[in-house]
Design a protein around this ligand. Structure first.
Ligand code: ADP
Length: 762
């Protein structure tokens, strides 16, 4: 279009130029004609006036004057005339034989005498002949002289002076005439020449400028052949026609403007093409976005939505949305919608720049979905705030996934929390606790110390190499700090960040252990019981078996006594004492057996208030037998204020005897010392009777001390390991105590504490 306009303008301009040029030529031509005619006219007026004035020179002469007087008059008038008319340069008077009789030169600087008085006039012969023949003035042919004012022409006129015929020949400067005629020529754009018979006699200096048109016109009253030719120059291009140039300038301006426009259009087109491409690209990008985009003006009026946006809302096109103001049709009704409105108002007032909000947009069919809304301002590079960009992202799936994850996590946590075990995960590199359940936290707190401690116990138990090599290892450990037993299970697992971490499960097995121990104990006890029962049975059958020989011994002793009496052995004889001891010991043995039977039958002890000394004496008697056999020394000390003991005499004697026997046996075989056992009896502050049995024996290791009272514990090759066990049972039956301590120097002290005599019974 612009190109067509440009071409039209150029054609128009050329046409206008052409028109202007032809108009210009026309006006130039008419001006040329006018000017030429004007100049030709003024030339002829001037020349006619000259002719008149020259004619008057001859005709105004008063009659009756002599030739000389006439000539003087003419001379005077001629000078005056030439004074006024610069083109008349010389006036000659010739006689009938063409001899110069008078000659007058113009006072003008160009004035010059070219002929000599008395001589034949040499120029204008034809004109002279013509004038003579016709009797009227005629012009000569033009001629040139090497003087100022050339070319010249002679005017030959008849002159009647004093009745005589003469010829008046005036030399006129054509150049001067022309100059006079064209004196007021303002326009230098004309070139003036005078032609004679088509040859220039006066030609303006050659002008390099292009000559365009010329016009020639005969010069009256000069004879035919003289023509004034005026040529018009093409003036300087600029000056030729202002209108043309104004129009040309305008045209050029227009062309330049059009070219500018074309260039602008071209640029605009290419920019538009680029923009269109970019906008198409942007639209494609916008439409292929996973988020819905909505653009609004500053007041929230919707001006654009992408395809995803309408797709999300389940509507075919955005026609219905464009132009909407908040609250939009897809906003939820009620409180949620109100909150959105408030939110937008806050943003619009500039109290918040960008914001994100989760809500449930409503589709036309009433269904909703979880969406994430982000509002951000759209600001140009110049800082103008154009409006808002609303980004809507469907997060239903994310929400569902999150809910699933949360539910899974909750299930997982609930399972872990409901477990009785302490579960912990630790990064083995940094020893940082990565996970722990509440059981772990309640046991060890929220750091990894418990985990690490258990791990150390595992290493102690299994050895570092084995723990390192194993991916999955378990053992029972005891944590001293908590005083509890745990079944430890440790394994290496891959953590959420793909690093290898250590999972530890600690199950508290203290109760189980206790039960197990209890079971073992129970088993031991039932075993013991069965052994005791067996022993009891053995003892009762032994007692039964021994009862016969013992009563036989007793009877025989009685018989020996009677026989000795009968034989007259004096009563003071030692033999009676021995026999009585045999009888007593046999009875005692029977008593012991009886007690064992009773004991194994778990019969109650026969409690009596026994004086300590009685007890001691009985015990010492038997102990000494032992002492003698082993070459040991047994002694006793009784504090003076010791009260009676409330006990079963035989049982306590059995206990004390066993303690002394053990003391002697422990002190045997120690080089350079005699076994010594001392029995010390005193009352403590609670008025209990304390029996201390101290020896200088080998002593007892701490680890053995707890085991001493266990049934069948013995360090002796021939020992049965029941002694101390029975002692403890007896002591417990008496509500007493049996304690072990180390003797000063060496050996052991067994301390038996028994209640003193019961007052109410005593
Ligand atoms: P037995 O004498 O048959 O071994 P006991 O129950 O009397 O059974 O004793 C158990 C163990 O206690 C003994 O084997 C012995 O090692 C230790 N014992 C008892 N009394 C002493 C003591 N006075 N000094 C050192 N060890 C003792």
């Amino acid at each position: 279009m612009t190109w067509i306009m440009l071409i039209c303008v150029i054609i128009g301009l050329l046409f206008i130029g052409r028109v202007i040029q032809s108009e210009d030529e026309k006006s130039q031509l008419s001006q040329l004609h006018q000017t030429t005619e004007l100049w030709a006219e003024s030339f002829s007026i001037r020349l006619n006036a000259d002719l008149d004035r020259l004619g008057q020179l001859n005709n105004s002469l008063p009659p009756n004057l002599g030739f000389a007087e006439n000539m003087a008059l003419i001379a005077q008038q001629a000078r005056e005339l030439m004074q006024q008319r610069a083109e008349i340069l010389e006036i000659n008077y010739l006689d009938s034989r063409n001899r110069v009789i008078s000659t007058f030169a113009s006072p003008h600087p160009f004035g010059n005498i070219t002929s000599t008085v008395g001589q034949q006039y040499r120029r204008s012969a034809n004109a002279i002949v013509r004038t003579k023949r016709t009797g009227s003035s005629s012009f000569s042919e033009p001629y040139s002289l090497p003087i100022e004012g050339s070319p010249f022409i002679d005017l030959v006129s008849p002159a009647l002076i004093g009745g005589e015929r003469y010829l008046q020949i005036s030399r006129l400067s054509i150049w001067s005439l022309l100059r006079q005629a064209t004196q007021n020529r303002q326009n230098s754009s004309f070139r003036i020449s005078i032609l004679y018979e088509d040859k220039p006699i006066i030609a303006a200096s050659t002008d390099s400028r292009r000559q365009s048109i010329s016009y020639k016109i005969p010069l009256e009253p000069l004879p035919a052949g003289f023509e004034l030719q005026v040529s018009s120059y093409a003036q300087g291009l600029i000056t030729q026609n202002t209108l043309f140039w104004v129009i040309s300038a305008l045209g050029i301006f227009l062309i330049v403007a059009l070219l500018g426009l074309i260039r602008f259009n071209w640029r605009q087109n290419s920019t538009e093409t680029a923009l269109r491409a970019e906008s198409a690209l942007r639209r494609t990008i916008a439409d292929s976005q996973l988020s819905g985009l909505q653009v609004t003006d500053r007041n929230g009026r919707i001006v654009y939505t992408n395809k995803t946006f309408t797709d999300l809302l389940g509507i075919g096109s955005n026609d219905h949305l464009i132009g909407q103001l908040p609250p939009y049709s897809y906003w939820p009704k009620g409180d949620a919608g109100f909150r959105l409105m408030e939110l937008f108002e806050t943003i619009r007032r500039g109290q918040m720049t960008t914001t994100s909000y989760e809500f449930h947009p409503m589709r036309p069919d009433g269904s909703t979905f979880s969406a994430y809304l982000h509002i951000s301002p759209m600001i140009t590079m110049e800082g103008t705030h154009l409006g808002w960009l609303w980004t809507l992202t469907d997060i239903s799936e994310i929400r569902q996934a999150q809910e699933r994850v949360t539910a899974a996590h909750e299930r997982f946590t609930r399972v872990l929390e409901s477990m009785q075990d302490a579960i912990s995960v630790v990064d083995p590199q940094s020893n940082v606790l990565l996970f722990s359940n509440s059981v772990y936290d309640s046991l060890f707190g929220d750091d990894s110390s418990g985990h690490l401690q258990a791990h150390m116990e595992l290493i102690n138990e299994k050895g570092e190499e084995k723990v390192k090599a194993a991916n999955d290892i378990s053992t029972d450990i005891y944590l001293e700090k908590l005083d509890r037993w745990f079944a430890l299970h440790e394994r290496t697992i891959t953590w959420t960040d793909r690093t290898e971490v250590r999972l530890q499960i600690l199950s508290d097995i203290t109760e189980r252990r206790k039960n197990e121990n209890l079971l073992v104990e129970q088993q031991a006890r039932s075993e013991l019981n069965s052994r005791l029962v067996t022993m009891g049975e053995m003892a009762s059958s032994l007692a039964h078996e021994l009862n016969q020989p013992l009563s036989a011994i007793s009877n025989y002793a009685y018989v020996v006594g009677s026989m000795m009496k009968a034989a007259g052995v004096p009563e003071e004889h030692e033999m009676f004492y021995s026999v009585s001891r045999i009888k007593a010991q046999a009875q005692r043995a029977a008593g012991i057996i009886q007690r064992i039977r009773a004991f194994t039958k778990r019969s109650e002890p026969k409690m009596e208030s026994i004086p300590v000394i009685n007890l001691v004496k009985e015990v010492m008697e038997l102990a000494n037998i032992q002492a003698r056999r082993h070459n040991a020394k047994v002694q006793y000390f009784i504090a003076p204020d010791v009260s009676n003991v409330w006990c079963d005499e035989i049982m306590i004697e059995q206990v004390l005897l066993n303690l002394i026997k053990n003391g002697i046996e422990a002190s045997l075989g120690i080089e350079g010392q005699k076994p010594e056992v001392s029995l010390t009896i005193y009352s403590d502050i609670n008025h209990h009777v304390v029996f201390e049995v101290a020896d200088n024996g080998c002593g007892i290791d701490d680890e053995h001390k707890a085991q001493l009272f266990d049934p069948f514990f013995t360090t002796k090759s021939t020992g049965m390991g029941m002694g101390l066990n029975i002692c403890r049972t007896i002591v417990e039956l008496h509500h007493g105590r049996l304690a072990i301590s180390d003797n000063i120097g060496r050996g052991t002290i067994f301390t038996l504490t028994l209640p003193s005599e019961k007052k109410e019974t005593g």
